[in-house]
Ligand binder design. Structure first.
Ligand code: GLU
Length: 306
């Protein structure tokens, strides 16, 4: 039996788009008899208190998780072991580029869009020593391919760029792509369900998994929630978190029904949705959310709190 997961970054409350992704990840895992883990991706963008708020939100929707809560900050040695493994095989190099250096170099003609241009890949020992006086090094993967293909439940066979991406940031913190790959493998996760903003990261992650001898997970990148302007849903769009909606009088079960129905599933409870869940029938388009309409739909005017 494999496992799926939901892996929020504790940067604040989850908005309904994130919660919809969590519900989907749960449905994907439970409909395939997988375990389902919660992993807090707290190497970056941490806001005090956000972790417990997010857990309470997921519980309020009735999602259940297996095993212990996983926190990336508890697992630093695991990531560094993986880097040592790669380093011993000559697959890691020091990079001294600033964001600005990279932006300038990647705007040069012939540079692959979104790919690290390789500025520090072949520095001589002298050049490295010189640059090391100016700033600390990040560690990059010496990738031996330019692209890699993954299988996605929604997008099918997807091929995307693999560049010399960062493994360890220049402040010493493991980078997102490294941590995700190591964590998924360490937890036996073989099904990755998340927002489709991360689809373009999947080839890098799958390639890294393969280099480390891990099984490459099955992916399902699901449509994100967008505002009416077609931008990613965010706080500025209005009442978008579970708290904001429930404060106005909607019970969390109503919010859950709303999310399930937006997926074309029966809304009465998770079990009914699970019985009807069929990935091939999921909506492919982004979910356009009008926050001011949610409360109108979910709460009769007489019981509205504002
Ligand atoms: N922590 C990431 C996020 O909240 C998700 C990472 C993943 O699912 O691979 O966007």
């Amino acid at each position: 039996m494999g496992a799926g997961r939901f892996a929020p970054s504790p940067s604040g409350p989850l908005h309904i788009g994130n919660l919809r992704t969590a519900v989907l990840a749960w449905l994907f895992a439970r409909s395939t008899a997988r375990d389902f883990y919660l992993r807090i991706e707290d190497l970056d963008r941490v806001r005090a208190g956000a972790e417990s708020v997010q857990i309470a939100e997921l519980e309020a929707l009735g999602l259940d998780f297996d095993g212990e809560l996983i926190r990336q900050s508890d697992r630093l040695p695991l990531y560094l072991n993986a880097v040592d493994n790669l380093r011993s095989r000559g697959l890691v190099y020091d990079c001294y580029c600033s964001r600005k250096d990279i932006a300038e170099a990647s705007s040069a003609p012939h540079a692959a869009p979104g790919a690290y241009p390789g500025t520090c890949r072949n520095l001589s020992a002298e050049q490295r020593a010189q640059k090391a006086k100016e700033r600390p090094a990040a560690l990059r993967l010496r990738a031996e391919v330019n692209e890699f293909s993954v299988q996605d439940e929604i997008f099918g066979n997807f091929t995307g760029v693999v560049d010399d991406f960062v493994l360890v940031r220049n402040d010493g913190a493991p980078a997102y792509n490294l941590a995700v790959v190591v964590d998924d493998a360490a937890s036996g996760i073989d099904q990755v369900v998340r927002g489709d903003d991360l689809l373009s990261s999947a080839p890098r992650q799958a390639y890294l998994a393969q280099l480390l001898g891990y099984q490459i997970p099955r992916y399902a990148h699901v449509a994100l929630a967008l505002n009416e302007k077609g931008q990613r849903l965010a706080k500025r769009d209005g009442a978008v978190t579970l708290e904001e909606i429930t404060e106005q009088g909607a019970h969390p079960a109503k919010v859950r029904s709303f999310l399930l129905e937006s997926l074309g599933l029966p809304g009465e409870n998770l079990q009914a949705a699970l019985a009807a869940f069929d990935p091939s029938q999921l909506p492919r388009d982004p979910w356009v959310v009008k926050p001011e309409n949610i409360v109108q739909q979910l709460v009769p005017p007489a019981s509205r709190n504002r």
